[in-house]
Design a binder for this molecule. Structure first.
Ligand SMILES: Cc1cc2nc3c(=O)[nH]c(=O)nc-3n(C[C@H](O)[C@H](O)[C@H](O)COP(=O)(O)OP(=O)(O)OC[C@H]3O[C@@H](n4cnc5c(N)ncnc54)[C@H](O)[C@@H]3O)c2cc1C
Length: 451
């Protein structure tokens, strides 16, 4: 079905029907709240720059979400959910206008049990952790946008992050326990999904339900020390990362490796990191620091930055140079840079990685994030790419794929064309049930548009 153009909608009547729910109609604000960090991609910029919603609605609770859903279905208005808008592929950018549903007012932490927390979707990761850490627990993994991103946006649009070296990725069974979802049927209702059922909406870009509550598992909260270790050559740094990842008895949360010249893009660390060095950025539990020191010695690394957990709780966190913050810092220095997202195959000798490092030199600079995949520690990469043309970017992606590396393409806003590669019949079936008019974030789920 083709949606009616939103130009023909009587927005005054629509707003009146919302009966006091906060609405933003100021054009500049609506334009701002229609965007995310899609500008990392020179491919996405021309496709998304002119896409804006018609207005923003900010519900304060699930009852208000139900009321907005009902009004949108009645008037056949597209609805795109927004958390903090820190996604990197235009996930929350409305392709067909309509309502932006901003859930940042729904930020309650409803309850905390040992190992489990129940939250509203607009709660920020850092704010959740502040409460759970008082009970000795913390969120298992967070994006480097820990201060700003919402839990609903992380589950719907993110993949993993700081903590993934221990707990894997968001899609892994056990990393999301339950959700409540508001539907877009003629009579919108709330559905609770538990256990494997959550995969129906997990990482679906808000195309098949509005998540209004989540049960998130927690891990033990350690005092995390932050260290930067420098190395003379890249492959020693990379092997150090692999061995640290594999060291089950050293408790860690972050194992990031940067090839030179990436550290030189971190303006705030220029006096800290000796020039020309390759680096490891790590978060290690304070009780593990002694054995960790022996590992550093074994690999001939030099510690050039060290903060206790207490010191790390103030100012910029080390994680805010890692994951996709690396790309942010690099682009602040050189806006022509873009990036890739790669998963290298499991190989303790890191042969393909070494081959790629020598093959591309500074055209594709290696930034590794070690993470756990099906029980094995593997390097994921968010390489910095010196962008020249779309054709060259495509060729680099193809060369990686042909060599056996998996690319989660960050230069597409289509759900299936990113990391998934094929349609998910379970998510499509759920959409057919709960969003029969295709109003939720239209244009993002290929399975729906091409069915
Ligand atoms: C500097 C930087 C660093 C980053 N680092 C990481 C990282 O380490 N790991 C990582 O995975 N990502 C990372 N990202 C991407 C992004 O920050 C995360 O995925 C983040 O968790 C998204 O949260 P958000 O609240 O900003 O979501 P948004 O961008 O607002 O939304 C993301 C998607 O989720 C949908 N959505 C939001 N809330 C709901 C809901 N309640 N119900 C249904 N759908 C919903 C939206 O429609 C959209 O499709 C990074 C981005 C930047 C800019």
């Amino acid at each position: 079905m083709t949606l009616a153009t939103t130009k023909s909608i009587n927005w005054d009547a629509f707003v009146a029907a919302l009966d006091g729910i906060e609405v933003i109609r100021d054009a500049a604000q609506v334009a701002k709240l229609s965007k995310d960090y899609y500008t990392y991609s020179p491919i996405l910029v021309p496709l998304l720059a002119d896409k804006v919603g018609d207005l923003v609605v900010r519900p304060a609770n699930e009852a208000e979400v139900l009321a907005v859903a009902k009004a949108c279905v009645q008037a056949q208005i597209p609805l795109t959910v927004r958390g903090a808008g820190t996604g990197n592929y235009g996930q929350c950018i409305p392709l067909e206008g309509g309502v932006i549903l901003d859930l940042t007012k729904m930020q309650a932490v409803k309850w905390i049990k040992p190992g489990l927390v129940c939250v509203e979707p607009g709660a920020k990761l850092l704010a959740i952790d502040k409460q759970t850490r008082e009970t000795g627990w913390e969120i298992r993994m967070t994006p480097s946008t820990y201060r700003t991103a919402t839990i609903g946006g992380f589950i719907s649009g993110g993949s993993g992050g700081i903590g993934s070296v221990t707990y894997g990725q968001l899609r892994d069974r056990g990393n999301l326990h339950a959700v409540r979802v508001v539907t877009m049927e003629d009579e919108p209702r709330v559905i609770e999904l538990r256990g494997d059922e959550v995969q129906q909406v997990n990482h679906a870009y808000g195309t098949n339900g509005i998540i209004t509550e989540l049960e998130i598992p927690l891990g033990p909260a350690y005092p995390w020390a932050e260290l930067i270790i420098s190395f003379d050559d890249f492959m020693t740094a990379a092997r150090f990362g692999q061995v640290l990842g594999d060291s089950d008895a050293i408790i860690k949360k972050l194992v990031t490796i940067f090839a030179d010249p990436i550290p030189s893009y971190f303006v705030a660390l220029r006096d800290t990191i000796p020039s020309g060095k390759h680096c490891a950025f790590v978060m290690v539990a304070e009780p593990s620091l002694e054995p960790f020191g022996d590992l550093i010695q074994q690999f001939g690394g030099s510690v050039c930055y060290r903060k206790t957990a207490q010191e790390a709780s103030k100012g910029t966190m080390l994680m805010e140079f890692t994951w996709n913050h690396t790309t942010l810092h690099a682009r602040n220095v050189d806006p022509s840079l873009t990036y890739l997202q790669t998963l290298f195959p499991y190989d303790k000798e890191l042969k393909l990685l070494e081959q790629m490092y020598h093959h591309y030199g500074n055209e594709v600079m290696l930034h590794l994030e070690f993470l756990r995949v099906n029980g094995c520690i593997v390097p994921a990469a968010l390489q910095l790419v010196r962008y020249s043309t779309p054709e060259r970017l495509k060729a680099i992606i193809k060369e990686h794929e042909d060599s056996g590396a998996f690319i989660a393409n960050p230069h597409t806003y289509i759900l299936e064309d990113g990391g998934r590669k094929s349609i998910d019949p379970v998510q499509l079936a759920f959409k057919e049930k709960v969003d029969p008019y295709g109003l939720l974030n239209p244009g993002k789920m290929r399975a729906w548009t091409e069915r």
